[in-house]
Design a protein around this ligand. Structure first.
Ligand code: DX5
Ligand code: ZN
Length: 219
């Protein structure tokens, strides 16, 4: 079994010291930079847009894992490819033609991700799972960092893993929201491949060490 990837969410970074925080991730045991883009429509919050993603990309040395919490994501696929996104995740709930959106992301040379809100059943991906490189299971309602982990997520991870195996797909399972050293191991055991962590990393006294700790706990 390959090691669980850790993707610190820059939403919890100090934006006055963004270069410093991106470089901290560069020099840590983290695998990806997780970038949360919110539009104030799909979610009740606005995070940051293209100029900030461009600034992150200028300093980041690890793959950019971009999580779009926006309506009509198709309008911006090309832009995020140009900004250097390696993985681009759109929300299932924001796509009328998910299959077409996934193909459009891949046509731009990126890996295609689909994020599911806590209320969205994983079986809705039954007909598209083979086209999906990564499923981002939201373990909080999207829009804000620092929320409590929803315990039902463990069951969703297991069910999704079963679906992926049944379909012979190689989709990665990412967990986003409320990840800490308390749930990391159980998530890995349930079948998670990637753990996103915002507050737990950036609000800790030693973020580099916290990333290392998460990496070790999640094996
Ligand atoms: C929530 C975002 C998450 C968030 C995670 O809408 O998608 O990536 O930053 O933050 P924590 O780890 O603080 O829950
Ligand atoms: Zn996210």
């Amino acid at each position: 079994m390959s090691k669980t990837k850790i993707a610190p969410s820059l939403l919890a970074a100090d934006f006055g010291n963004l270069q410093r925080d991106v470089e901290m991730v560069n020099n840590s045991d983290a695998d990806w930079h997780h970038i949360d883009v919110m539009d104030g429509v799909f979610v009740p919050n606005i995070s940051y847009g293209m100029p900030v993603v461009k600034a992150i990309a200028r300093y980041a040395t690890k793959p950019l894992d971009v999580h779009l919490m926006i309506i009509e994501p198709d309008r911006y696929i090309k832009t995020f490819a140009e900004l250097g996104a390696r993985i681009l995740s759109v929300h299932y709930e924001a796509c009328n033609h998910l299959h077409r959106t996934l193909q459009a992301i891949k046509a731009e040379g990126m890996q295609a991700g689909v994020a599911l809100n806590p209320h969205t059943n994983i079986n809705l991906l039954e007909d598209t799972i083979q086209d999906i490189d990564l499923v981002c299971l939201m373990s909080v309602n999207p829009g804000f960092g620092g929320q409590s982990f929803i315990e039902n997520t463990y069951e969703k991870v297991k069910a999704l893993k079963t679906l992926i195996d049944k379909k012979g797909a190689s989709t990665l399972i990412e967990i986003d929201g409320g990840v800490t050293s308390k749930n990391a191991n159980q998530l890995k055991n349930a079948g998670a491949d990637v753990l996103v962590a915002g507050s737990f990393v950036f609000k800790s006294d030693d973020p580099t060490n916290t990333i290392k700790e998460l990496k070790e706990i999640a094996g």
